[in-house]
Design a protein. Structure first.
Length: 232
């Protein structure tokens, strides 16, 4: 198998160039999220997206549908990532009004929580509703700290992520606390279509480091390659 790699929290053209050089497949641009140090304005996002050498995923949190449609029209991203509390109805409406992919984030329990099968089934039903509404991929992130919606460095629960990945008929993306040191274990445990990293490749909040991005991509590719060889 191969693995899709998204590096999120891009704030400059140089960050995107570094992500491309490292071998990433997608870059994420956070837009209109005051609680995030990685957030940029809509105008900045449009400029970055138009100049990007990699497919762009615009990440928003509970943004009004009309604003989203306008942003997609201006930025022309590969996908819009809904990282808040958006409902299946909101996804369904947005799907009719835009041509890009829609990725829906789900919050999983923390890594140290006990696995509860009844709750896992509840999460599966939620994910299936998102997919039925038109979500093209489901992204698993950690349960955020109060006032935050991602990029916290907290690990998501890989057991729930694996449970959902095995049962959903769509692409899944693992996020939440990933870094160059744990990404191989994460891929081996969950076997998602893709992985998403932000704070795990930073030297300080919002400041990306090429060396960490490069190491993350190499380690993710190595893990995916080994899994592919085992499955042959």
């Amino acid at each position: 198998m191969d693995i899709a790699i998204k590096i999120c929290g891009m704030r400059s053209a140089s960050d995107i160039t570094a992500a491309k050089k490292a071998g990433a497949d997608f870059v994420g641009i956070v837009v209109g999220v005051p609680s995030s140090v990685r957030s940029v304005s809509e105008d900045e996002a449009v400029k970055l997206s138009q100049a990007s050498q990699l497919p762009v995923v615009i990440v928003t949190v509970n943004m009004d549908c009309d604003r989203l449609v306008e942003l997609v029209s201006r930025a022309q991203p590969y996908a819009i990532q809904l990282h808040g509390d958006e409902s299946p109805d909101a996804i369904r409406k947005l799907k009719k009004l835009t041509a890009c992919e829609i990725w829906k984030a789900m919050k999983l329990p923390p890594q140290d929580a006990s696995f509860d099968e009844a709750f896992a089934e509840h999460l599966l039903k939620m994910a299936q509703q998102y997919v039925s509404a038109g979500a093209d991929a489901i992204l698993f992130d950690a349960t955020p700290k109060k006032g935050a919606y991602g990029g916290t460095g907290l690990l998501s629960h890989w057991g729930y992520a694996r449970f959902l990945t095995e049962r959903l008929r769509t692409r899944t993306i693992l996020a939440g606390g990933l870094n160059p040191k744990n990404v191989q274990d994460a891929i081996n445990s969950v076997r998602p279509w893709g992985v998403d990293v932000s704070s795990g490749v930073e030297v300080s909040k919002g400041i990306k480091a090429f060396e960490l991005m490069d190491e993350f991509v190499k380690n993710a590719r190595t893990a995916a390659s080994k899994l592919w060889q085992l499955s042959r």
